[in-house]
Design a protein around this ligand. Structure first.
Ligand SMILES: NC(=O)C1=CN([C@@H]2O[C@H](COP(=O)(O)OP(=O)(O)OC[C@H]3O[C@@H](n4cnc5c(N)ncnc54)[C@H](O)[C@@H]3O)[C@@H](O)[C@H]2O)C=CC1
Ligand SMILES: O=CCc1c[nH]c2ccccc12
Length: 295
């Protein structure tokens, strides 16, 4: 039974669909480096726990090699398909329709809610991205996904696909937290009505700890009687950014849901932002961005 007394808000997307603003991720903590066929029962149990607690937005990817586990958990949860928001991602631009059909089989669903191009770094030329985006539009028309979007795209990649797109991406899933605020990229999102979806939202208290936002977090933790993670997740939501987090610990998953119960003030968001820009930290795709790049 769901333990949410206050529902997680949803964000309206530019194609009219809605996305729950807190997601459970099946990548970090769960992705496999080895044999995809070896089932991870701990992950299945954790996804079922998350769904039981009230998570409806589940973030997957072909690259994580965990779509089969995600599919089993969804099926065993007993929650009707239409109550869930399921995302998965294709790593590159080859055979997008075939890759999506394979993902759907593993996920044991007829359609996903959101299909993303995981990153743009495989493309050799702008036309590679444009061709891939046309195929994304095609799989949406076929009804294999309700919405289409991208991940880890920079302004130049977005402008490239937008210049030939019939349907714009609903979102760009990016690393986003107090130490990687990416104002230029978010301005492009805003200009085109593209939602920002944050992965790595807890980085300031995990990989990049200690740091300059710690003092502000301490004050806000006391004021709202929650923990640091919840402040960081709420900091996303209060800037209209969807947060994708994860944990194998039921208590943490349960705690995160308290984000629905409070709001930060504009001044509190600003305080986190002001201290956050004092430090730069990128956990993912460092090689592709290059040392010290802040975009
Ligand atoms: N599109 C992309 O390229 C990427 C997408 N993702 C997606 O986002 C999801 C979440 O990514 P993360 O970086 O893991 O998000 P995150 O920054 O929310 O970190 C979650 C991790 O922090 C740990 N944690 C939580 N509270 C903690 C505490 N107080 N102390 C120490 N550790 C704590 C959790 O156990 C979990 O392992 C992934 O599972 C995946 O679905 C993640 C990375 C890249
Ligand atoms: O999506 C998160 C980051 C990432 C990029 N490549 C891989 C491969 C396997 C797991 C995670 C990732």
């Amino acid at each position: 039974m769901a333990n949410i007394d206050t529902p997680i808000p949803a964000l309206k997307l530019n194609d009219g669909n809605s996305m729950p603003m807190l997601a459970y991720g099946t990548g970090t903590a769960w992705y496999k480096t080895g044999d995809e066929g070896k089932l991870d029962q701990a992950m299945i149990d954790s996804v079922k726990t998350a769904i039981k607690l009230g998570y409806t937005h589940l973030d997957g990817a072909q690259m994580y090699k965990t779509e089969t586990e995600l599919g089993i958990a969804i099926k065993e949860s007993g929650v009707p398909r239409e109550k869930l928001f399921i995302t998965t991602k294709i790593p590159g631009g080859d055979d997008i329709e075939g890759a999506l059909r394979t993902s759907l089989k593993k996920l044991q669903v007829e359609y996903v809610d959101l299909y993303l191009i995981h990153h743009p770094f495989w493309a050799q030329s702008p036309s590679d991205l444009q061709t891939a985006w046309k195929t994304m539009e095609h799989v949406r028309t076929l009804g294999l996904t309700k919405s289409i979007g991208v991940s880890n795209f920079l302004p130049t990649h977005l402008e490239t696909i937008l210049s030939t797109a019939s349907v714009p991406p609903v979102c760009n899933q990016i690393e986003f937290h107090a130490y990687l605020q990416r104002p230029d990229l978010l301005a492009v999102h805003k200009k085109h009505g593209i939602a920002t979806v944050a992965y790595g939202p807890l980085t300031p208290i995990t990989k990049a700890s200690p740091g300059p936002v710690d003092e502000v977090l301490k004050v806000l933790v006391k004021k709202y009687a929650v923990n640091e993670a919840e402040i960081l997740l709420r900091w996303c939501l209060d800037q209209d950014v969807v947060a994708v987090t994860t944990s194998g610990k039921e208590q943490r998953l349960s705690d995160y849901l308290r984000v629905a119960r409070f709001k930060l003030t504009p001044r509190e968001i600003e305080m986190v932002n002001e201290r956050g820009v004092e430090k730069h930290y990128r956990a993912f795709f460092q090689k592709q961005f290059g040392e010290g790049d802040r975009s």
